[in-house]
Design a protein around this ligand. Structure first.
Ligand code: NCD
Length: 317
């Protein structure tokens, strides 16, 4: 990679400067690839790049990786962090609206990352403040920063982002990490196999979106017969917190378990990904296999989030 930024990289950095990151659809397929080129440039980003900048991390829903990696990214670039991990300790518990919370928070920081149980909450937050807002997950809808780290991991492992055979398994109804990644991989022209219990299929609306993008896809409810040809198997957790009916969760919670024995039927090069946290859908006997990419995904999250914070703040190394 050359030292100087390409015209496409410069144009994308300009377009992202002072802007929100709410949905993966705000990037074209080419822009996604350009953005990952920029992420590579951040592998050695100077530790003072964001000195004096403050991130507000507003987490209205549980999080480990997303919040900690955003906070770590900010600290490692010399910035600092404020925020909360539990809305019950904030004025939200007294009835404050999300727009009012944002109007307050914007006085104390330069950039906001928000995670919220309601679909569309990140967009509402973005409309409520002039500061850049990054969506750290809005309900069952979108998780764009997870998608960028997933794409970065796929590109680094498979050496390309197009023309791959990618399987998704688990909760395709409620899984926001799967939703955003399916959209992005569809845009990039990959072949998708969608494996889930019938009651947790990808919605008709999302399947129609894939058709509009002319994506080749198929659905299945079982792993056997579906994974043998894949380049990537993306495993997801059954999203218990989004189920209205606890009995439904009980029925589907152990639908799939990926273990070393099952993986013997897969192509030797196939990698196994997971946004984490896992419950029991990947056995620990897979962890030491060269196929396992999930801890690497979490590590890549740090560099990806450094990049996104800097670009949204209009700063380049
Ligand atoms: C995901 C999420 O919160 O959507 N976790 C994450 O950010 N890595 C996936 C999940 O919770 O299952």
């Amino acid at each position: 990679m050359s030292d100087s930024w390409s015209p496409a990289e410069l144009a994308l950095a300009e377009r992202m400067s002072r802007r929100d990151i709410v949905s993966i659809r705000q990037f074209s397929a080419d822009e996604l690839e350009t953005l990952l080129d920029i992420v590579e440039r951040f592998e050695g980003a100077p530790p003072t790049l964001l000195q004096g900048r403050v991130l507000a991390a507003l987490f209205f829903e549980p999080s480990t990786r997303t919040r900690l990696s955003f906070e770590s990214a900010m600290c490692r670039l010399g910035g600092s962090c404020i925020g909360f991990a539990e809305a019950k300790n904030t004025s939200t518990a007294k009835g404050e609206s999300l727009p009012d919370t944002l109007r307050m928070v914007e006085q104390y920081c330069d950039i906001v990352v928000i995670r919220h149980p309601r679909e569309g909450a990140a967009r509402l937050a973005a409309e409520s403040t002039h500061l850049p807002v990054i969506n750290g997950g809005d309900g069952a809808n979108q998780h764009p920063t997870q998608t960028l780290l997933d794409l970065y991991t796929i590109r680094s492992r498979c050496k390309r982002l197009r023309g791959l055979k990618i399987g998704f398994v688990g909760d395709l109804k409620y899984g926001r990490a799967a939703h955003s990644l399916i959209e992005a991989l569809g845009m990039l022209g990959n072949d998708l196999t969608l494996i889930s219990p019938a009651s947790l299929r990808l919605s008709e609306r999302r399947l129609e979106d894939l058709d509009e993008m002319a994506v080749t896809w198929r659905t299945s409810n079982q792993l056997a017969g579906s994974i043998e040809e894949l380049d990537v198997l993306y495993v997801t957790r059954i999203q218990r917190e989004r189920f209205g009916d606890p009995l439904h969760y009980e029925r589907v919670k152990n639908s799939y378990q990926i273990d070393a024995e099952l993986l013997e039927t897969a192509a030797p090069e196939m990698i196994v990904m997971h946004p984490l946290p896992r419950v029991n859908e990947i056995a620990t006997d897979v962890d030491d296999s060269p196929r396992a990419a999930y801890f690497e995904q979490a590590r890549n999250g740090l560099t990806v989030r450094k990049t996104l914070l800097a670009l949204a703040l209009g700063v380049r190394p």
